[in-house]
Write a protein of this length. Structure first.
Length: 277
């Protein structure tokens, strides 16, 4: 065997190692880590799924993170396999010299399950990623009977250096209580809902005073970008900014060209020489 062949074999084995470690550590079939699920995962990896949605600062001049969309619609059997895929992508970017944080959505009932928390902890520890690159996105608040278990699960994630965001934030009192009690690092506002009912500026100011980052999601109209600017949000993402990409395409994003590309397709909300927008 030539040296080049041996190197290829070593690199391939090293790349696949984290998934094997996780299977050995937490291989309950109901968690989605059966041999069949692992084969599906490997097939998924080869397809380079278009599922990473880029997130930018409000001006569109800097890439600030990604949202792994496949986890938004995953079922219980797919959850850990897709979580592995998300972690593997963040590791891929990190090894390639790009510090790109990833938001991995997780349903509340999984955070309330000790078995899921054990499995997620093993996955995160095996990834060996630095603090700040992995964020859990809570999709909705749990039922009242799962509240204590969910908070305990989130605290365990916190001890690993994982950040926490609340997706689908609408400004409700209970949601605000969770954000403040758990000191979440970010909340995500659906701009399609903001078009229908604007959030009170005092609520946004309260979030900013608590150093909670505000994300404007689902930007599809130029009006959404205008609203996000008026609300002084910290981050924006959606079809208006850039569609989901594969993990390799994410590496090709050049910060210095982002704003030019975005606003060449979507004009600034400023009057032109004729006074029209």
């Amino acid at each position: 065997m030539s040296p080049k062949s041996r190197l290829y074999t070593l690199v391939k084995a090293w790349k696949n190692k984290p998934f094997q470690e996780v299977r050995d550590a937490c291989g309950d079939p109901w968690l989605g880590l059966s041999s069949q699920a692992l084969e599906e995962h490997q097939s998924w990896s080869k397809r380079q799924a278009i599922g990473h949605e880029p997130i930018f600062n409000c001006k569109g001049t800097k890439l600030t993170g990604t949202l792994f969309r496949p986890l938004l619609t995953s079922n219980d059997m797919q959850l850990l396999r897709l979580f592995m895929e998300g972690l593997d992508s963040i590791s891929y970017w990190y090894r390639s010299g790009r510090f790109i944080p990833g938001i991995l959505p997780i349903p509340a009932h999984a955070l309330a399950s000790s078995k899921y928390i054990d499995a997620l902890s093993d996955l995160i520890l095996n990834s060996r990623l630095p603090v700040g690159l992995v964020t859990l996105g809570i999709q909705t608040l749990p039922d009242s009977k799962l509240e204590d278990s969910c908070k305990e699960g989130l605290l365990r994630m916190r001890r690993l250096g994982v950040l926490v965001h609340l997706l689908q934030f609408s400004g409700g009192v209970e949601q605000l209580h969770w954000v403040q009690e758990l000191q979440m690092e970010g909340v995500h506002l659906d701009m399609a809902l903001v078009r229908q009912q604007e959030l009170p500026m005092e609520l946004l100011s309260q979030l900013q005073r608590s150093r909670t980052q505000i994300y404007a999601s689902n930007l599809t109209l130029v009006k959404d970008l205008e609203n996000a600017s008026l609300m002084q949000v910290d981050h924006c993402y959606g079809g208006l900014m850039m569609p989901p990409l594969s993990r390799h395409q994410m590496l090709q994003i050049n910060d210095s060209r982002i704003a030019k590309a975005i606003f060449s397709l979507h004009p600034h909300p400023q009057p032109n020489q004729n006074g029209d927008k």
